[in-house]
Write a protein that binds this ligand. Sequence first.
Ligand code: S3P
Length: 430
Amino acid sequence: MKVEPAGTLIGHIAVPGDKSISHRAVLIGALCEDETHVQGFGRSADTESTIAAVRTLGVEVDELAEDELVVHGTELQGSDPGRGQTPVVDCGNAGTLMRLLAGILAGQSGRCELTGDESLSARPMERIAEPLKRMGAKISTTGGHAPLVIEGSDALKAIDYVLPVASAQVKSAVLLAALNADGTTTVSEPAPTRDHTELMLAAAGAAVRRRPGSVSIEPAAGLSLGEVTVPGDFSSAAPFVVAATLLAGSELTIHDVGLNPRRTGLLEVLERMGARITIFNRRRAGGEWIGDLEVHSSELTATDVGAEEVPRLVDELPLFALAAAGARGDSRLTGAAELRVKETDRIETVTNGLRALGAHIRARDDGFEVRGVPARPTGGRMSSDGDHRVAVLAAVAGLVSREGVEVGDADAVAISFPGFFDLLDSVSRR
Ligand code: S3P
């Protein structure tokens, strides 16, 4: 698909529900003892994998509308979906699904196999298998990767776990397993990662205790969420924020966006670079902050991003690369080796992709260096390599380029945001 250069972005939009929270609403909803009504569900290929996964495990999900579900929780007890056989759950491309579900299944008696697509099958799974085995679950990986075979136990041991990498998915896997452990489990993290699991488990009635740098949870039964209202996905708003910042004359408002401070690192980074972003109507919905973002275009100056900040914009780092390429001065990203184990090696896909469009960007082991030029990049061709965040990056690069960008494998956007190109079209002015 060819994305032509745009003049400005003008208008008011809303983005679909948060992917991280949508996965958790379905998974934790399945663990509840009653019904969970989910509004604002972010429907995408990834979250549809999660609906299919809990159905495989015997949980009924009513799809009342595109963005509205009822999950009939069973505490995942009493069903025998495999009729004596090992059920196989296909997690598709969704790392969050595979890692969180592994944590849940570790604490349930029974055997289950988790598979994924080619990209997911190349991603590291020992990082969850190791703590879950320490808790007493039997998990076998395939050389450290999916397929995983999990033999859970409803009598896990509580552990104190220090995360070797700042990963919300690993933290969540341990917290979910800990619901069926024999005492208090504590997870410490090297830098603050997204806390949607802690917030949702607390809302469901689990005893969650938070301290700076760690979270503890007690075993829990009889969870009940009732209603979950999913805020707009900050990660889906981010491409619009970056495009409106870079395109002179833009004025764009994005309504009802999730503003959990552990997700909005990109706003702080862009503000440091000189962006003009105002937050209106900041309010709480459920346990989460939401608000409206008003973005005016602005000239940017370079900045550095390091390890402590990385988890708060981990999925937006590809867009940071583009913002830095259009800023005055040299920017540097360090402490982001995790990008190498996302849906693609994003240090390579992002730096190779943007360089082909005329940006001055170089890969480092744990990040990248960008020599910014406050002018439009030339454009050209950039493939997503099947990675949704890279497809979105290529599209935004097309808008802000001189000659447009031919986005290879553009359909990958549907992994997280099927309506992305239509929404982009609706606010682009030539
Ligand atoms: C996610 C956590 C992050 C993020 C991913 C979603 C989550 O991964 O990159 O897109 O929903 O918990 P890690 O926790 O592995 O860094």
